[in-house]
Design a protein around this ligand. Structure first.
Ligand SMILES: Nc1ncnc2c1ncn2[C@@H]1O[C@H](COP(=O)(O)OP(=O)(O)OP(=O)(O)O)[C@@H](O)[C@H]1O
Ligand SMILES: [Mg+2]
Length: 256
């Protein structure tokens, strides 16, 4: 039985999708059978894994609505061990109410993640920002969660809120472990960035913040724009190395 790893955060734009895509690619590179599932109606995973043009756009939403089978929505990627379920047609409309009610009122999402777990070593789930119903349902079916936290001044104000959110996360599911908070977009040359990282470490419980920190790099930004995980596009970039180190650490933790 594999594991479901949810990437969640209250705040938007903190690097959830970048983390999901790069961790999934790094797991797959280790030979772990990996599936990345996009449950965020924004559908950004599609860009992160390079399934932009000429590829099917259906995915999770189309399975939820019953218009596509599970087999149809599991798409191959450039990596033999990495498959992807895109967000699907929900990204085409501004009205997500049907999508939301199918997640809230049916067991389809939980059942999908359970089936995925039976067939894969790791299922990485990229989620929308916030701790709304989609994220709550994902967490009810996950064994692991990672919370990216961007090294920016607002992190100081939102840290207590993040702590509350984490308590909520862990109490939702006895099977769920919060693996840690991941500092993202860290700029070692910037004194404020360093101060924020230090503040976060000193104000959150010991061991809650990963030692691995993801630096802000141009290669990470460019890779996303070019539709490829940075770990594949620029393996020697410091952000790639940090993601590979994080994947190694997690894969060792996940070993039975
Ligand atoms: N390590 C990094 N270095 C440079 N840019 C980064 C890095 N990580 C993420 N970014 C950029 O920051 C922006 C936000 O990242 P991303 O889309 O992964 O965040 P998100 O949390 O998924 O956002 P949302 O809440 O909207 O889903 C993107 O433009 C991404 O390319
Ligand atoms: Mg995202």
């Amino acid at each position: 039985m594999g594991r479901v790893l949810a990437v969640v955060s209250q705040k938007g734009g903190v690097g959830k999708t970048t983390t999901s895509v790069n961790l999934a690619a790094a797991f797959a590179r280790r030979g772990l059978k990996t599936l990345i599932v996009d449950v965020d109606p924004q559908g950004a995973v599609r860009y992160g894994v390079g399934l932009r043009r000429g590829h099917p756009t259906f995915g999770f939403a189309d399975y939820l609505s019953g218009s596509r089978s599970l087999k149809e929505i599991i798409l191959p990627t450039a990596l033999p061990w990495m498959r992807v379920i895109l967000a699907g047609s929900v990204t085409d409309s501004a009205d997500h109410s049907g999508f939301l009610s199918l997640i809230s009122d049916t067991a389809i999402l939980g059942d999908l993640l359970k089936t995925a777990r039976e067939r894969c070593d790791i299922v990485v789930v990229d989620t929308p920002p916030g701790l709304g119903p989609i994220v709550q349902h994902v967490l009810l079916s996950s064994q692991h969660a990672i919370v990216p936290l961007q090294c920016e001044p607002l992190a100081l104000q939102t840290t207590p809120q993040i702590l509350r959110g984490i308590q909520e996360i862990v109490s939702a599911n006895a099977e769920l472990t919060l693996d840690g908070i991941l500092l993202t977009m860290f700029d070692p040359a910037n004194e404020a960035s360093q101060r924020i990282a230090q503040y976060v470490r000193s104000h959150l419980p010991l061991n809650m913040v990963f030692d691995v920190v993801i630096p802000r790099t141009n290669a990470a930004l460019d890779a996303f724009a070019a539709g490829q995980p940075v770990v594949l596009r620029s393996p020697s970039d410091p952000a790639s190395q940090a993601y590979v180190n994080l994947a190694t650490l997690l894969a060792e933790r996940f070993e039975p």
